[in-house]
Every structure is written in C-alpha cells, then in structure tokens.
Design a protein around this ligand. Structure first.
Ligand SMILES: NC(=O)C1=CN([C@@H]2O[C@H](COP(=O)(O)OP(=O)(O)OC[C@H]3O[C@@H](n4cnc5c(N)ncnc54)[C@H](O)[C@@H]3O)[C@@H](O)[C@H]2O)C=CC1
Ligand SMILES: O=Cc1ccc(S(=O)(=O)O)cc1
Length: 388
C-alpha cells in the first residue's frame, strides 16, 4: 500500500495495510478525524520482529558514521517541519500548538543529540587485581528492542527511545499509544525516508493488549522500554523477568510542590500554575499536590486563584488557548473521579472548574483546598489539570 490514508504499519521497509483501522480523533473537536490508522495483530508483531532480527547483524556493524548520518538527517527533518508536525500533535493529543511545536523540536534535538553520541561511543579499560590481566568494558547492542509509548508525548517519548536504540546499533519495533498514532506515523515516515536499511525500524500500531503484549512475550525481542501506567508497567516487568528480557520502565509519579513562608510569592504562584495546569497536567513532571506552610497559605491561595482565572482553556489549535482539552473521554472521567476523591478526602471547595462546549473534552483548571495532608493520600498519578 502507499503511505496515504489509512496509514499503514511499517514492516521491513514496506507500508503494510491491515484488515482493521481505527480513527484518530481530535479531542478539541470530536467531529474532526485526523486520519485512519491501521491496527495490527500478533502476526504483524511476528513479521516486524523477524525483519528487525534479520536487519540486526548488518546494522549493528554498520559503523558509527553511518548511524550518525541517519540520525542527524532524521533530526534535521523533524526540526525543519516542527510547525507542521507540532500542529498535527496538538490536533491529535490536545496540547496547545506552542506546546506541540516545542515537543516536536525536542524530538528533533533528541535525534541530533544521539547522532552525536554515535561518534563518541566509548568503553573503559581498567586494571585487574590479577597481575598481567586487563579488563575491557565495551558497550554492545542487544538486538531487537520493543518500544511501547504513551499518549501524552506522542513524538518526544518515541524519540527518547528510538534514537538511543538505533544509535547503539539495535533494531526497533515501535508500538505507539492507540490514542495518538499520527505523530508516531509521521516520525516513522521520516525514519523510513532517511535511508536506514529495511527492517532496522518498524512501526506496529494497535491495541496495547494485542500489540504490546505480543511484543513483551515475543522470544525474538531482547528488551522492552515502556512508558505508561503503573498497572501495565508492573505486568510488563513481571513478564520480562520471566522471559529473561531486559526492561526499562517509566511509570506514574506524584509530584508535590512545596511553598514555604519565605517563598517569592509571584514566582511560587507562576511555577505552581504552570506546573499543574499547562499541558493539561498530562505530563510526568506535572505537580498535582501542593504543600503550603501556614504563614503564606492565604495570600498564596488567593494569588493562585487569580492566576488560574487568567488561564484560557479551549481548542488546542486556537490562538490564545493556554490549556487544551483532556486527551480522551476516558481520561476526562478518570480526572473527574480524582476531583471526587479529593473532595471525599477532606477538600473544602473546588474553586475553579470549567467545562467547555459540547465538542471539547475539557477539564479546565481545578484547585481543591484544605485538608492537604489527607488529600490524595494514595500515590495516584492523576494526569489532570488539578491541584489538591
Ligand atoms: N509517566 C508517564 O509519562 C505516563 C503515565 N501514564 C499514566 O497512566 C494512566 C493511563 O494512561 P494509559 O494510556 O491508559 O496508559 P497505559 O499504560 O494503558 O498505556 C501506555 C502504553 O502501553 C500500551 N499497553 C496497554 N496495555 C498494555 C499491555 N497489557 N501490554 C503491553 N502494552 C500495553 C498502550 O497501548 C500504550 O501504548 C494515565 O492517566 C497516567 O496516570 C500514562 C502515560 C504516560
Ligand atoms: O511525560 C513527561 C515528559 C515527557 C517528555 C518531556 S520532553 O519533551 O522530552 O522534555 C518532558 C516530560
């Protein structure tokens, strides 16, 4: 098939169509379908792993200059197309256009950084305790790596994982998040045209329980790198240990922001507002818990509420929007359930809360005050523009 819609899988350097495809919907406007994207099954994982396995001997010995040149070229194209790809990202994920462009630029820089790393591959020689014996430490590729990525950074997190894997001579099967296949597909298309050999990089889109699990269970996959929820990550860790695979996990976090009596009020308010609400709070580094000492508490809360009132929530692509929609209806429902938990755990009031027009999946910005020690006692990674 061609690279046109429905967007196919990339296996062994070929675009592959499937019997199933899924729409990629704009969370700012549910009537806007970004595109149809192929949904693979376990047989596509088998084919992608076989292609990557076949490509591995040549790629892993291809030389650092060839790998540098490929990654540098990919990085340059991403950077040159940052506006277009940033708009696509904002359209499919709901972060604002500026945030989308910033993320795309970051992805381009990541490829260029790892292009540089190809050229300074180093090892170590260390003396042994046994006379006349030397110890040499070298870094070697491990084979085929399966990369499973989340929806909140649809291009930067794939870039974090793909670029170093390729730089050090591994071959890749990427399974992007089902909600946001568009940015990953665009990235795959750029990688495909960069001239890297067929099979070195493969894209298999589809459901986590189908494609993700098939990758994790596949005997031909030497390592898995995963970013996503705690529950899924735990299951992946167990399966990888059982199957003798290397595994790298980045899962939920719960980031508190501490504001002490002697804080610079304006700076503390700005950092808190940016950290909690921008990117719709859908960021591993977002703060979701505020710990404020008593001396500054009243003026801090008042100033934070005034700052929140200025945040414009709306269509991610519209001029002037500060905070775009929540990524999906399911995530919105999860976010709303956290507001209820916060209230049930002793929150006094929901001070700011906006829901947008029918077409928008929006949470708005929410602050729950009071009972701070009790609030969200569980280590929930809430991913909502919500401060408790
Ligand atoms: N630390 C972070 O950056 C992230 C944290 N999260 C947290 O996870 C919550 C839920 O987000 P989800 O998208 O539902 O995360 P998720 O963990 O379900 O999905 C992440 C990736 O894993 C895949 N996946 C799902 N089930 C799988 C399975 N059984 N085996 C292998 N792969 C599987 C998904 O298709 C996706 O590509 C968020 O609300 C947030 O709290 C989500 C994304 C990123
Ligand atoms: O989810 C957390 C996250 C993901 C990506 C980045 S960056 O764009 O690479 O800086 C930051 C935070």
């Amino acid at each position: 098939m061609s690279a046109s819609s429905p967007h196919g899988l990339l296996i062994n350097g070929e675009w592959v169509s499937t019997s199933q495809a899924a729409p990629n919907t704009n969370p700012s406007n549910l009537a806007d379908v970004v595109g149809e994207y192929a949904q693979g099954d376990a047989s596509h994982v088998d084919a992608a792993v076989a292609a990557a396995t076949a490509a591995f001997p040549a790629w892993s010995t291809s030389g650092i200059q060839a790998r540098h040149d490929a990654l540098d070229k990919i990085g340059n194209e991403i950077l040159a197309r940052r506006e277009e790809l940033g708009a696509l990202l904002a359209r499919e994920e709901g972060k604002t256009r500026a945030e989308g462009i910033g993320e795309v630029a970051r992805a381009g820089q990541i490829f260029k950084f790892f292009a540089g790393e190809c050229l300074r591959l180093a090892g170590e020689t260390v003396p042994s305790v046994r006379p006349g014996i030397g110890v040499e430490v070298t870094r070697e590729p491990i084979g085929v790596v399966g990369l499973i990525t989340p929806w909140n950074f649809p291009i930067a997190i794939p870039a974090w994982k793909i670029a170093p894997a390729l730089a050090f001579g591994n071959c890749v099967v990427l399974k992007p998040a089902d909600l946001v296949p568009g940015s990953a597909w665009a990235l795959a298309e750029i990688i495909h045209r960069s001239g890297i050999p067929a099979g070195v990089f493969n894209l298999v889109m589809g459901r986590g329980r189908v494609i993700g699990e098939a990758l994790v269970q596949h005997p031909g996959v030497a390592a898995i790198s995963f970013t996503g929820s705690v529950g899924v990550g735990r299951g992946i860790a167990q399966a990888c240990v059982q199957n003798g695979k290397k595994v790298q996990l980045e899962m939920g976090g719960k980031n508190p922001q501490v504001v002490l009596d002697d804080a610079d009020l304006a700076q503390a308010v700005e950092l808190s507002a940016q950290s909690a609400f921008y990117s719709t709070g859908q960021r591993c580094t977002a703060s979701s818990r505020l710990i404020v000492t008593q001396g500054i508490y009243p003026k801090f809360i008042e100033a934070l509420q005034a700052r929140m009132a200025k945040i414009k929530v709306g269509d991610a692509l519209a001029t002037g929007t500060d905070v775009g929609p929540v990524v999906s209806q399911a995530q919105l429902e999860q976010d709303l359930s956290y507001v209820e938990i916060a209230k049930a755990e002793g929150g006094d009031a929901v001070d700011q809360f906006q829901r947008c027009e029918v077409q928008l999946i929006c949470l708005g910005t929410t602050l729950v005050t009071g009972g701070l020690a009790a609030l969200f006692g569980t280590a929930v990674h809430q991913f909502a523009s919500l401060f408790a």
